[in-house]
Design a protein around this ligand. Structure first.
Ligand SMILES: C[S@@+](CC[C@H](N)C(=O)[O-])C[C@H]1O[C@@H](n2cnc3c(N)ncnc32)[C@H](O)[C@@H]1O
Length: 507
């Protein structure tokens, strides 16, 4: 397949590669985790073999080598970047000495060239990224399969260096105990790898296995990641967050077609959002490289009216579909972007002003300080902005999707106990304090209306701040005028209140 690469200037440049670009979401997740598992096994093998892997890393980070003065030489970096990596290496070396009590330089997280002898050359990152990646992908998938089958544990690892036949004295014996990389608890790593493997095999029948596998994979990655690499990862995350924020602000996620197999050229997208195509490509780079969007070679059908001359296009992934503007996850992103990322810019000055202590009341919080209305509390700020308030309600829906709403209380028992005590049909059974737009009550009604002595909408009250309730009532009225008559919540009472004051519903 032919495809394009974005140049340093953000312009598409032609290049050849055969990387598979479009994925079937379900299959892709499983395959991805298998690859992760393979890489983990490789990593474990690396630990057992003092970092001498038989399997090349697909897209290697710059590999430090030691120069004659004993400083690690950093391939592919210079200046400050290289110095930063050197410092990491030195730190690892110092930690190693401290932890093992060995003489300086004997055991380090980075292998001097001698230690790597006999091992295949780790491919260096060249400009021919795609071709390199293809070779590595192919090689890697073979090796991953091999590792999945053979568990890739290289039991004779430490001795392999001895038999490399290059005549160098490696000071290793067959009995040398792993781990060679200090600070890594090999048993823990193996337990995590087993956990990942077990859950991957159960993913088809057990939904939660996917989360468990991912959680263990993240824990494992955190354990094996070199410290400097962890921090470098934050920098990448910051850029990705900024790119997501821009694409949300420009409405780009809403413009990319959602049908499977469809994509939009960079040129068309740039035109639709009134942006320079080079800029769009540059921002999209962050999103495609972090697998939030996918890019493709695009050949417009002969009948197409597309004015696009560009042959590079973008399509959604399951992740980016959640970032479209009508999606709760997208609203949650906007909310947390403000509450965390934006607020973080004033935190030092906030604490300089108020002192280094927790806020004592609902006002004078970092969010109100940022908004230039320090006395206001969070919800007072929200109420000033109709759009933000709507977004808040939508974001809460996401939270309730991830946290179970029903099943926590034994509602059948509650209804049984309360049934005999109700004097009137409309007596209140269930109050949702701070219930927003009522979706939680809706879930209770969906689940418990049908059971014996079941919950009825007339028995439910949603309480929230007056403004929130007014808006929620308005939306419910619209639903009742719509096709389904707003049936689920029809009859629910909405009460404006302040939960810091006396409760309006008694008993
Ligand atoms: C975190 S949200 C929870 C919304 C909803 N219960 C849910 O689970 O999606 C908190 C809710 O409390 C409401 N709230 C905040 N301050 C309040 C106050 N002083 N009195 C009543 N409701 C308040 C907000 O308007 C918001 O709807």
């Amino acid at each position: 397949m032919s495809a394009h690469r974005i140049s340093n200037y953000g312009r598409p440049e032609p290049m050849e590669h055969t990387t598979k670009l479009a994925h079937t979401p379900g299959l892709d997740a499983i395959e991805t985790l298998k690859v992760v598992q393979g890489l983990i096994n490789t990593c474990l093998a690396n630990v057992a073999t003092d970092g001498r892997s038989a399997i090349p890393t697909p897209e290697p980070s710059p590999v430090p080598k030691f120069t004659e003065d004993g400083k690690p030489e950093v391939v592919g970096m210079d200046g400050g970047q290289a110095e930063a990596v050197r410092e990491d290496a030195d730190l690892t070396r110092i930690t190693a000495v401290a932890e093992t009590g060995e003489a300086k330089g004997e055991q380090t997280g980075i292998n001097p060239p001698e230690a790597a002898s006999g091992a295949p050359q780790i491919p260096q990152h060249t400009d021919d990224t795609a071709a390199n990646r293809d070779n590595c992908d192919e090689l890697n998938s073979k090796e991953v399969n091999a590792s999945l089958n053979a568990n890739n544990t290289e039991p004779d690892g430490p001795a392999a260096c001895e038999s490399s036949g290059d005549g160098r004295n490696t000071n290793k014996t067959k009995t040398a105990p792993p781990p060679a990389i200090p600070g890594l608890d090999q048993d823990r790593l193996q337990r995590l790898a087993d956990e990942i493997s077990r859950n991957i095999s159960q993913m088809e029948t057990d939904d939660s296995s996917r989360i468990k596998a991912a959680t263990a994979a993240l824990e494992l990655a955190a354990a094996v990641r070199p410290p400097g690499d962890t921090i470098m990862g934050w920098f990448a995350n910051m850029s990705v967050i900024s790119a997501v924020r821009l694409f949300l602000h420009w409405g780009a996620f809403d413009i990319i077609p959602t049908e499977k197999g469809e994509s939009i050229t960079y040129t068309d997208l740039a035109e639709r959002i009134n942006a320079d195509v080079g800029l769009v490509a540059r921002v999209a780079n962050m999103l495609t490289s972090s697998h939030i969007l996918t890019h493709h070679h695009f050949t417009p059908p002969p009948s197409s009216s597309s004015s696009s001359s560009s042959s590079l296009s973008l399509s959604h992934t399951p992740t980016s579909l959640l970032l479209r503007s009508n999606q709760p996850m997208s609203a949650m992103f906007a909310l947390l972007y403000t509450n965390i990322t934006h607020v973080s810019t004033v935190l030092p000055s906030y604490f300089d002003t108020y002192g280094r202590a927790e806020p004592l009341g609902p006002g004078h919080i970092p969010t109100s300080y940022l908004a230039g209305a320090p006395e206001a509390d969070y919800f007072a700020l929200l109420r000033r902005d109709e759009r933000a308030l709507r977004g808040f309600g939508l974001a809460m829906r996401m939270a309730s999707r991830r946290v179970p709403v029903t099943g926590v209380y034994d509602m059948a028992r509650v209804l049984r106990l309360i049934g005999g005590r109700l004097k009137r049909e409309r007596d209140v059974v269930w109050v949702d304090v701070g219930g927003g737009d009522g979706h939680t009550v809706g879930e209770f009604l969906e689940r418990y209306a049908g059971i014996p002595g079941g919950l009825r909408a007339e028995q439910c009250v949603v309480q929230d701040l007056e403004e929130v309730v007014v808006a929620a009532r308005g939306r419910q009225k619209q639903r009742e005028e719509g096709d389904d008559g707003g049936l689920l919540l029809k009859g629910v009472r909405w009460v404006g209140m302040d939960f810091l004051k006396e409760a309006p519903v008694k008993g």
